[in-house]
Design a protein around this ligand. Sequence first.
Ligand code: ATR
Length: 267
Amino acid sequence: MKRLAVLGHPVAHSRSPAMQNAALAELGLDDWNYEAIDVAPDEFEDRVREMAAGEFVGANVTVPHKGAALSVADELSEVAREVGAANTLHFEEGRIQAYNTDAKGLLSLLPGPVEGKRALVLGAGGAARAVVWALVRSGASVDVWNRTALRSQHLCEDLGGAPVGEPTQGDYDLIAHTTAVGLSGEDPFEELPLEAEGFRPEQLVVDLVYSDRPTALLEAARERGAETIDGLAILVAQGAASLRVWTGQDPPLEAMRRAVRGGEGPR
Ligand code: ATR
């Protein structure tokens, strides 16, 4: 048996097991299995070392372990090191390798080049770091807003981009939302420096929060004619890149999209 898992806390609602098991089945990898494992922060490192010494081939790592995933690794990919967070671990001969596929996953979904475009990133956590890294590396001019200003300042010192206190929504070609707002039903227009009426048609709006229905943020953006990328598309893109790391095979994107969207076609 070759085992894979997503490690998080909490992790019960993750769609990664459904998505990755559908992908493994599609590839005919019948002796592989992907599960969700809830790991408390103080158990994370021991658990990963145990997994690396056992049947596990690798893991995805989600909130709140993306920083710890870097420290436990024996080797870091260049992207994981630069981003300062890892969402994918690969165990080879007992060694732990860390990758960050969030950044490249986002880049693979952008409809066109972002060089010279103005981007606003909301948030300063692990997800924000991957997004800022990807956009800065692609030549966008990136502003970063965060509820706690000190964190956006630190992020920009590390990765580039400029902290912004009161962003003007209409100025941006791309707006990427990476905070936890909306995960538990919070109103994005209460918690974030955005207005529902403030989007415009030429904008691209990305929401990393995923849910079955379009989030309030993306619904408002679409109503104003903006283009959108939702959190499920991002989940598939990063998961596909992780699957390539573990199996070396081309990921079956269509099967993965169907699995995360509950058997329906892409929306
Ligand atoms: P992740 O690794 O998923 O990015 P994280 O590091 O816990 O998770 O970051 C969560 C992000 O959501 C942070 O930017 C956080 O803002 P703070 O740095 O001020 O804590 C943001 N966030 C969470 N709840 C929020 C809220 N109600 N309003 C605004 N931002 C919020």
